[in-house]
Design a protein around this ligand. Structure first.
Ligand code: OGA
Ligand code: NI
Length: 186
């Protein structure tokens, strides 16, 4: 587990560098803003459910952190993402992770990268496991749309906030309410 955490962190950093560059920012822009990043791991276990249509493994939500690296169970599907108003299955692929953009990267990129709605459903006869690794800004990181991305068009879509402020707002509501970033719009 410890080796896995170290490796996954390195992968997350590389992705953050590439995302920065893709936005026309300095390679270490995102890493600098997020500071000493926290890292959480959730080993999700979804037991079989005789009436899977009555419940969810996880209700629809966006991830409140910066970037999530998800390892799926190869044998059992369950993850879905919301695209154009429809829930689509994200089936497991061998030797592949699912990368979720979290709310903080949506804010930093001024909405260019989207923190997608996703959920997990359960199965009638098979249990499912997934391993989610969350990279999180340090509590006092000041999150604001990167200046170069606010200079044309709509300006800054979101106001400045600290991750601590965001996190308490996020968990102070129901998970499947409106996108939490809506509450931080300018
Ligand atoms: C999560 C999550 C999805 C899954 O832990 O935030 O979205 O497939 N997990 O378990
Ligand atoms: Ni999630």
């Amino acid at each position: 587990v410890s080796d896995y955490c170290v490796q996954v962190r390195e992968l997350g950093y590389r992705l953050q560098e590439l995302i920065s560059e893709s936005l026309g920012l300095e390679k270490d822009y995102i890493k600098k803003v997020l500071g000493e990043q926290g890292q959480h791991m959730a080993v999700n276990y979804y037991p079989p459910c005789p009436q899977p249509e009555l419940t969810y493994g996880l209700p629809g939500h966006t991830d409140p952190n910066a970037l999530t690296i998800l390892l799926q169970d190869l044998q059992v599907a369950g993850l879905q993402v919301l695209k154009d108003g429809k829930w689509l299955a994200v089936n497991p692929q061998p030797n592949a992770f699912v990368i979720n953009i979290g709310d903080q990267l949506q804010a930093l990129s001024n909405g260019t990268y989207k923190s997608v709605w996703h959920r997990a459903i359960v199965n009638t006869d098979k249990p499912r496991m997934s391993v989610a690794s969350f990279l999180c800004p340090y509590d006092h990181a000041l999150i604001s749309p990167a200046k170069p991305l606010t200079q044309h068009g709509c300006g800054a879509v979101y106001r400045d906030f600290t991750y601590a402020e965001y996190y308490s707002k996020f968990w102070g509501r129901n998970l499947d309410q409106e996108h939490c970033l809506e509450l931080f719009k300018n």
